[in-house]
Design a protein around this ligand. Structure first.
Ligand code: SME
Length: 138
């Protein structure tokens, strides 16, 4: 079993746990910086409906902006976001949290909700803590 496989199994479990435990989390997944491409994210483990956005360039959409700025993005109403990539017409709000290794952006956790204004400050704190721990898997 490769190191990547073991990492991805753990990331998959984290997605499953968050999706099972938090009612308003309808899609939970990781995007990981592609080591073989310049400033591109590739879809990693996720729970939810399949998405067309399996590769996202830095700067594109909420995911790409979080990658570019290395900051958490919270969008409470995606219909008001101008730089947004739609995965499903059901999605109403979204949070993207960077995973940083020694301060450097290496991946991100992306969560979509079918409920508008679903993302709380407590969700953000929890997810930032999770991402802090996830960094150790890379
Ligand atoms: N909505 C994201 C794209 C990823 S899907 O939500 C899974 C964005 O705007 O970057």
């Amino acid at each position: 079993e490769s190191a990547d496989q073991s990492r991805d199994e753990k990331l998959q479990q984290i997605c499953q746990l968050l999706s099972d435990e938090v009612e308003v989390f309808d899609w939970v997944g990781f995007y990981i910086v592609d080591p073989n491409a310049e400033r591109e994210l590739v879809l990693g483990p996720y729970v939810g409906e399949p998405t067309d956005h399996t590769r996202i360039s830095f700067g594109k959409g909420i995911c790409g902006q979080a990658a570019e700025t290395n900051k958490t993005f919270v969008v409470q109403d995606v219909s008001q976001a101008d730089n947004y990539l739609s995965c499903s017409i059901h999605v109403k709000s979204e949070i993207v949290v960077p995973v940083k290794k020694d301060g450097k952006f290496i991946a991100e956790l992306d969560i979509d909700s079918h409920t508008k204004d679903a993302i709380t400050g407590d969700h953000q704190l929890l997810l930032e803590e999770v991402c802090g721990k996830v960094a150790r898997l890379f």
